[in-house]
Ligand binder design. Structure first.
Ligand code: GLN
Length: 237
């Protein structure tokens, strides 16, 4: 039976554990580097990425987390976990934050603003419906949420979200953003897949819809490149 590790330093790890229980999968809370040796895949939950990075640093987890990402085993970052997995993070108060990296994208840490600007919306994720059944739509719970501003060619976009004057207003331009020299964005990316890595800017573990967890588990069942991309190629014609 597959064992899913859930990084349990801070944030919504309990909710991920509960979602795994709901679909009958064994979840293990991970707090020490050696615990990563006995899990088949890893979820890095949402929370507060600076705090999580400080705790990960304190427990000497970064080398083991990077090794895990590079091993090809599935890793899913939700919200702060997505920030952890990004190769680059920009946005206010990003300075000095350590990242695990591996996901070829640039994330804006607080794109959608502060706690007060948290929101729920319906997202269209055709790939989720194709893989797991059910409707294209899924509930997106965005809490002080990040957004992905740009991705590399090896990254598959699973869901995006329109940039409106409301959420643009919350995107206070920082020096790092100016350095990016990115023009105005019509849409930002909120869910991606790159090989063994899955990233969502929102929190599926806070909804009753366990399809994201099922999809993540499937990434572990299908080894190597025979993954979503293959499935999408065969489904797209
Ligand atoms: N924006 C938050 C951060 O920088 C993440 C919020 C979340 O995980 N809900 O850590």
């Amino acid at each position: 039976m597959t064992t899913v590790g859930v990084l349990a330093l801070q944030g919504s790890f309990n909710e991920h554990m509960a979602a795994l229980r709901k679909i009958g999968v064994k979840g293990v809370e991970v707090r020490k580097p050696e615990q990563l040796e006995s899990v088949d895949s890893l979820i890095i939950p949402g929370g507060e990425s600076t705090t999580m990075a400080k705790l990960a640093h304190y427990h000497n987890l970064f080398p083991a987390l990077r090794e895990f990402v590079n091993s090809g085993k599935p890793v899913w970052g939700t919200c702060a976990g997505l920030i952890f997995l990004a190769n680059k993070a920009v946005g206010l108060k990003t300075g000095g934050q350590e990242l695990v990296g591996g996901l070829n994208c640039t994330v804006h840490r607080n794109f959608f603003g502060s706690q007060l600007q948290s929101f729920e919306t319906e997202l269209s994720v055709p790939k989720l419906a194709k893989q797991e059944g059910g409707p294209d739509a899924c509930r997106g719970v965005f809490i002080r949420a990040p957004a992905i501003l740009e991705v590399g060619p090896d990254v598959e976009i699973l869901a995006d979200y329109p940039v409106t004057s409301d959420n643009l207003a919350s995107m206070a331009p920082s020096d790092e953003d100016k350095e990016n020299e990115m023009g105005p964005l019509d849409r930002v990316i909120v869910a991606v897949r790159q090989g063994n890595l899955l990233g969502t800017a929102f929190h599926p573990e806070l909804t009753a819809d366990t399809r994201w967890h099922s999809l993540f588990l499937r990434m572990g069942e299908v080894k190597g490149e025979r993954s979503l991309q293959c499935a999408s190629a065969s489904n797209s014609d």
